[in-house]
Ligand binder design. Sequence first.
Ligand code: NAP
Length: 287
Amino acid sequence: MAPVTAPADPRTVLVTGTSSGIGLATAVRAAVSGRRVVATLREPGRGDALRAAADAAGVGDRLEIVRLDVTEPESVATAVAGVISAYGRLDAVVNNAGVGRLGTVEQIGVDAFRSVLETNFLGAVEVTRAALPHLRATGGRLIAVSSLGGLIGQPFNEAYCAAKFALEGFLESLAPVAASTGVTVTVVEPGPVASEFVTRLTPSVPGLLENAGPYEAAFKAYLGATAGLFEQAQSADDAAATVIEVLDAERPPFRVQTSDAARGLAAIKLADLDGAAVQAFTTPWLS
Ligand SMILES: NC(=O)c1ccc[n+]([C@@H]2O[C@H](COP(=O)([O-])OP(=O)(O)OC[C@H]3O[C@@H](n4cnc5c(N)ncnc54)[C@H](OP(=O)(O)O)[C@@H]3O)[C@@H](O)[C@H]2O)c1
């Protein structure tokens, strides 16, 4: 790994999933904030947009692109060891890599379900385990890009919501333990964000309709009810601004939403003692 030119600010941030969307924007914004950024992605061939954005922002020399697939423990260990060997410190990690998956478990099967958990949940667990000793050394920050889907179970998004709920449970448990050693933990919860995320979901719709079985009417209603959801989506750059606020905050919160819309929905869930409010919110999507 060739070190990038040492900037005045030695704080080093590792971000996962930076080929597009929130991860790309976070990596560039973190570099613009003066930090040194190790922007990781699983396919080095997908780094052109990131490189172009960093160069356009004038921070190409503060951002290094490194391979890291969160589902491959060896690549996680190699990337983290590379940061320490090149820069001697790790001040923050942003667990951003994630994938969505439409369909109930009966439509997509357990293997596909498991793969969503592997990326969104166990991948972040792996990165966290590798990073924590180094974050302890700097009194650093552990951040995860969760989702409103980590708070509100959304119909036909079982695997994704299960993975994000698990991510939040993992980090809520870890937060006080990590804090006892000087490491802060934060989950960032966006609502809909305009990125490749949704375009990667939609190609599966025709196949899912074919095998929807008893859920065909509900699935069609869901598609209709949520069709406009991303029309008012927040930009990835806007969502990334919240991640940078967490990096900059003197006392980062455990949980933060990236928009007023996301705050409104999170507030429904966090006051929903018997679960009725969330069911009343999501059930109409299916009819
Ligand atoms: N978009 C939304 O509406 C929304 C809302 C709430 C939360 N989020 C969350 O925000 C995060 C970023 O998503 P996004 O909206 O920016 O979508 P995106 O543009 O699709 O970005 C997802 C990133 O994750 C990477 N990734 C996927 N699997 C990976 C793996 N095994 N190892 C390493 N990287 C991997 C992708 O890399 P490749 O290019 O190699 O596939 C890509 O860089 C995700 O955690 C997502 O769940 C998104």
